[in-house]
Ligand binder design. Structure first.
Ligand SMILES: [Zn+2]
Length: 289
C-alpha cells in the first residue's frame, strides 16, 4: 500500500503504555465483564470460548506495575503509524461516500492497546482479535494481531492488515446506518442457528464494505500496489470460519459459522472492491452468499 500524503488520523487512542491487564482492575478470573464480553463476542461472531479461555490470565496489579518499562520497538511504532494512516484513509473515503448521499459520517476512534483494555462492550482481550464496539463507536486493536496474521494465519502484507482495519470500520458504517441494531434485535427473536446466519450476513457485509473502501481509496489516491489485493484475499481466506474450525477442531460445522466461509469472505470483499457501491453489499437480501 502507498499512502502518498501520509496523513495520520486524529482519532487514535494509544493505550499501549497501559500494559496488559491495566486499566480495568481485574481481580476475578471470570468476572461479570468477561461474561458480558462473551455475550458481545457471540453477537459479533467471535467464539465466546476464545474470550472465556483467556479470561483467567488477567491479574490485578497496581497501576505502577503495569506500566511498561521497555521502550517500544521501531517496528511496532511503524505498525501503529500504518494503522493510523489506514484509519485516516477510511475517514476520507467514508466521509466522501456519506456526503454524496446527503449524510454525514462520524469518525470512529481506534484504540491501540496491549494485552487487555476496557471498552463499553466489556474488557477487550488481545486473544479476541480486533473488534468494534458499537456502544462507544471504537475499533480495538492489539497490534500483535498483525504478527499473528502473518505467522499463525500465514497472511502477511500491509494490505492484509489494512483489510482487517477496514472490516472493523465496516462494522462502524453498519452501526451508523442502523444495520447492526436491526440485526441485534432480529437475533433476539430467532434460534441460535438462524442467529448465526444473520451474523454471517453482517460479517460478510463488513467484508464487502472493506472492499468498497479499497475501491474508492484506490480510485482517489491510488493506494494499491501490485500484490495488495492478493494479500487481502489471503487474509480473508485465512480467517474464514471453515478454515479456523478446521485448524482448531479438525472439522467444519457450517451451522456454527458466524463470519462466513473463506470463499464467502473472499467473494464479498471482491464484490465491494469491484463495484465500489454500498448497494452492492446487500448481503441480507441475496440468495447466494
Ligand atoms: Zn467482523
Amino acid at each position: 500500500m502507498l499512502f502518498r500524503n501520509g496523513r495520520e488520523s486524529d482519532n487514535i487512542e494509544d493505550r499501549r503504555d497501559d500494559g496488559g491487564g491495566g486499566g480495568f482492575g481485574g481481580g476475578r478470573s471470570i468476572g461479570v465483564g468477561t461474561v458480558v464480553l462473551a455475550l458481545v463476542a457471540m453477537y459479533f461472531g467471535i467464539d465466546p470460548r476464545v474470550v472465556l479461555d483467556t479470561a483467567s490470565v488477567t491479574q490485578p496489579r497496581p497501576a505502577e506495575a503495569v506500566r511498561r518499562s521497555a521502550p517500544r520497538s521501531p517496528a511496532e511504532d511503524e505498525l501503529a503509524r500504518f494503522a493510523s494512516m489506514v484509519l485516516a484513509d477510511t475517514e476520507d473515503t467514508w466521509g466522501t461516500i456519506f456526503k454524496a448521499s446527503g449524510g454525514r459520517y462520524k469518525d470512529p476512534h481506534m484504540v491501540l492497546y496491549t494485552g487487555a483494555t476496557r471498552s463499553a462492550c466489556g474488557v477487550g482481550q488481545a486473544a479476541m482479535g480486533p473488534f468494534y464496539c458499537p456502544a462507544d463507536q471504537k475499533v480495538y486493536l492489539d497490534l500483535s494481531f498483525f504478527n499473528e496474521l502473518k505467522n499463525r494465519f500465514r497472511a502477511p502484507g500491509d494490505f492484509a492488515q489494512a483489510y482487517v482495519i477496514a472490516h472493523e470500520v465496516g462494522h462502524h458504517v453498519q452501526n451508523l446506518l442502523g444495520i447492526s441494531e436491526k440485526v441485534q434485535q432480529a437475533r433476539e427473536r430467532v434460534s441460535e442457528r438462524q442467529g448465526n446466519q444473520l451474523s454471517v450476513r453482517l460479517e460478510l457485509q463488513a467484508d464487502c464494505l472493506a472492499g468498497v473502501w479499497a475501491h474508492h481509496a484506490d480510485r482517489s489516491r491510488q493506494v494499491l500496489e501490485a500484490g495488495d489485493v492478493e494479500e487481502a484475499l489471503g487474509a480473508a481466506t485465512a480467517i474464514g470460519d471453515d478454515r479456523l474450525q478446521q485448524q482448531s477442531q479438525g472439522r467444519v460445522m457450517p451451522d456454527s459459522f458466524t463470519h462466513g466461509s473463506s470463499a464467502q469472505r473472499v467473494r464479498w470483499f471482491r464484490i465491494g472492491l469491484e463495484k465500489g457501491a454500498l448497494k452492492s453489499c446487500d448481503t441480507f437480501n441475496t440468495a447466494k452468499l
